[in-house]
Design a protein around this ligand. Structure first.
Ligand code: ADP
Length: 737
């Protein structure tokens, strides 16, 4: 086995030994391989996708020190605490530390005792630090929250731009960028700004199958919010409001009603903000009511719900903010309570932007507006918004697919009334005007146009204009209507004409909904509790908090909720069985095994519960749907790719059909070549290029791709070398170079 394959297989051991995890999540193995191969990379995984381990595990497996750039002290601290609890030597240097603490870190690095160093970009890019690191064995650089380097992103930090010099100051050392950002513009900016060399692009699915999305018109917001909170007693949640005033008012109201809720916004004194954030992280308080100022420094994995009490200004923001729920892979709820006034507020706030920026901001608003009024699967809408395909017919995790919408019983008739009104006004007016005609408005414009004499005038006179407008939005989002021209005039699409003839059935929401949130349990949620003794879970939760206090770290750093549920399900009473539980590695067994197993034994004896259940962990297979379903999707995708290769399809064709990046498709092809033992790279590589690569490989060997790449003067992309090498390895020994 080569050194590289050795390292790769040792990564699985590292994952098990330190974190107690059995398998990689999608793209983690590929991301780690890029580090081992010393190829620059850009890794884009959704929040909770497991980006950190992509660089932490290789840092442990490789010799030297990995330098991780992170924008916030709180993020660095949580990550260093988490690593330390797992038994990994990590440290950070930041402005909150004393001179002697920083000196201790430097000494540890000099002695080769640290595997990971976390540092902010401005500190890393000082001459002193760069010089110091030049004298150390740096294994690679990991740039966390890499979107901060792009002025196009939502969290631009000018100090990230200083990282441009890493590529030139450390030419031989890999630079790897990590972000959850979904926009293509930002992604490419990251690579360009960092000056990455032919980076490996690893782009995961943006879907978060464990998040249950629900969208509701805002009515009595406090009652609506309380219904969600009450469905999650003692669990953590974030409530986003648009303005600081709303934050203060809602936090106050909730506190007075007896909930543990704290406000967070940029107008509060720093000390209050920090205290409230810490209380939330340490589970002293369950609920944080906040503006968008809250979030980036939050690694807390067990946020069980996120409520928006107003529509955010874009789907990108919505994805980012809801992404903070359910990082641990367990079911979590995302409620969006909106009103038409939200969009007017945003438009007003964006009015004074320069023309280009304003047009872009208004476009973003339209996206979130469509999401609010639409009644298409929420997962599908979000994923497709980020230009990825979504094929699941029923996500089982949104109000639309769970049939929790209050639907109009005769949608065809109502829609036909609306569409025929659009036709009667000669497809020359916008949504508001059409709605006014339908409700029989006496507006001067309508009377002036003689539209009060149309047969469709007042056809929906028992409805409110706002309700009819919503229906028009719903018909647009389902593709029956489209807007055209400068004035957004409504036109029927081909589907709309079919509907008018009764050949299609739309779905329309009733203007007022009766269903409340409290009855909203999902199968997803029920599955993640299967077999869990809830009382024991509560006892372990309290124990976890006590242990965390003793260690001066947040509870989720000690154990994730997934681990607590698995403990309360399998109820181990021996250290051996404790070690088998998801998320329990060697050090945590030594540190906490006795305490937790004794507590479990006592509880089980008292309540005559069976212990040491060896059935496969439900947590692993069911309650982490993101893992299970994406892994399944991955294997079927690979299978599909293999079938297409068998048919001789090109890499581009396979990439399009499977919606995978070119580099992932090349990986599949290399696996396909190995599995079928073929020695001929046609049709994926020309004979002449294959011959050239073989010639070079006869001197460099095929253990690593980089020497071949360099010997060919960087003129041949890695992907092509990978295909050639896969074939060379199948050649019979006498023909092998
Ligand atoms: P991100 O940075 O992408 O938001 P994190 O790195 O914080 O995500 O990971 C989210 C959670 O998933 C963490 O609790 C982490 O320990 C866990 N996790 C990461 N990789 C795996 C894996 N291979 N198996 C199980 N859990 C994992």
């Amino acid at each position: 086995m080569t050194k590289h394959t050795d390292l790769m297989s040792s990564l699985s051991d590292v994952l098990q030994q330190y974190w107690g995890y059995d398998s990689f999540r999608p793209l983690q193995a590929e991301a780690m391989r890029a580090i081992l191969e010393n190829r620059d990379s850009v890794v884009i995984l959704p929040t909770g996708g497991g980006k950190s381990i992509c660089f932490q595990a290789p840092a442990v497996a490789m010799p030297g020190l990995a330098v991780v750039v992170s924008p916030l002290i709180s993020l660095m601290k949580d990550q260093v605490d988490s690593l330390t609890e797992c038994g990994i030597a990590a440290a950070c240097v930041n402005s909150s530390m004393s001179q002697s603490e920083r000196q201790n870190v430097a000494n540890a690095i000099r002695r080769g005792q640290l595997k990971l160093l976390y540092v902010a970009p401005e500190r890393l890019c000082t001459e002193k630090m760069l010089d110091f690191l030049n004298g150390c064995q740096v294994s690679f650089f990991a740039i966390d929250e890499a979107h901060c380097i792009s002025a196009w992103g939502h969290d631009f930090r000018p100090e990230y731009r200083m990282l441009q010099q890493l590529r030139t100051r450390f030419p031989g050392i890999g630079v790897h960028a990590y972000t959850a950002t979904a926009t293509e513009h930002v992604r490419h900016d990251i690579s360009a700004q960092l000056g990455l060399r032919e980076p490996e692009w690893l782009i995961g699915s943006f879907d978060r199958p464990n998040l249950v999305y629900r969208v509701q018109r805002k009515s009595d917001v406090v009652t609506q919010v309380r219904a969600v909170i009450d469905a999650h007693p003692d669990e953590s949640g974030i409530i986003y409001c648009i303005s600081r005033r709303e934050v203060d008012e809602l936090a106050e109201l909730l506190s007075r009603a007896g909930y543990k809720a704290r406000p967070y916004h940029a107008g509060l004194p720093d000390s209050d903000r920090m205290r409230h954030q810490d209380e939330f992280l340490n589970e002293g308080t369950n609920i944080i009511v906040a503006t968008v100022a809250f979030g980036m420094g939050i690694d807390k994995s067990n946020v069980r719900y996120v409520i928006h009490t107003g529509a955010p200004k874009s789907l990108e923001h919505y994805q980012q903010e809801t992404g903070r729920a359910g990082r641990d892979g367990l079911a979590a709820e995302c409620w969006l309570l909106w009103s038409a006034a939200n969009f007017m507020t945003w438009r007003k706030m964006q009015e004074d932007l320069p023309d280009d920026a304003k047009a872009q901001a208004y476009e973003c608003l339209k996206g979130i507006e469509r999401f609010c009024t639409g009644i298409v699967c929420r997962h599908k809408t979000l994923v497709e918004h980020f230009n990825q395909p979504y094929e699941t017919a029923n996500c089982q995790a949104c109000d639309v697919c769970l049939d929790q919408l209050d639907l109009v019983s005769d949608p065809l008739i109502v829609s036909q009334k609306i569409l025929s009104c659009v036709v009667r006004v000669k497809e020359s007016f916008g949504a508001d005007y059409v709605a006014q005609v339908l409700v029989g408005s006496k507006d001067a414009r309508i009377l002036g146009n003689g539209h009060d004499e149309l047969s469709t005038y007042g056809l929906l006179k028992d409805e409110r204009k706002e309700g009819v407008r919503d229906w028009i939005e719903q018909l647009s989002s389902q593709g029956f209507l489209e807007r055209t021209g400068e004035y957004n005039t409504l036109k029927l699409t081909d589907e709309g004409w079919k509907l008018l003839k009764g050949q299609a059935i739309p779905r329309l929401l009733k203007p007022s909904k009766k269903k409340s949130s409290a009855d909203s349990g999902t199968k997803l949620e029920a599955d993640s509790w299967e077999g869990v003794d809830r009382d024991l879970f509560e006892i372990l939760r309290v124990l976890r908090r006590r242990v965390a206090e003793g260690h001066g770290v947040p509870p989720f750093v000690i154990f994730a909720d997934t681990t607590l549920r698995d403990l309360a399900r399998r109820r181990p009473t021996s250290l051996v069985n404790f070690r088998q539980v998801h998320g329990v590695g060697d050090k945590k067994t030594t540190d906490f095994g006795t305490l937790f197993t004794e507590t479990i034994r006592d509880h089980c004896q008292q309540h005559q519960l069976s212990t040491d259940i060896v059935a496969p962990s439900v947590t692993k297979s069911r309650s982490a749907p993101s893992d299970a379903s994406t892994a399944l999707a991955l294997s079927t995708t690979k299978q599909l790719a293999f079938d297409l290769f068998r048919e001789g399809k090109s890499l581009e064709q396979v990439a399009t059909v499977t919606a995978r990046s070119p580099s992932t498709v090349t990986e599949y092809l290399a696996e396909f070549i190995a599995a079928t033992q073929q020695c001929d790279p046609a049709p994926w590589l020309s004979d002449s290029l294959f011959a050239q690569i073989r010639l070079v490989a006869s001197t460099t060997g095929t253990e690593k791709l980089k020497p071949i790449f360099e010997a060919m003067e960087s003129a041949v992309p890695y992907d092509q070398i990978r295909i050639a090498v896969a074939c060379i390895k199948n050649l019979p020994p006498e023909k092998s170079p």
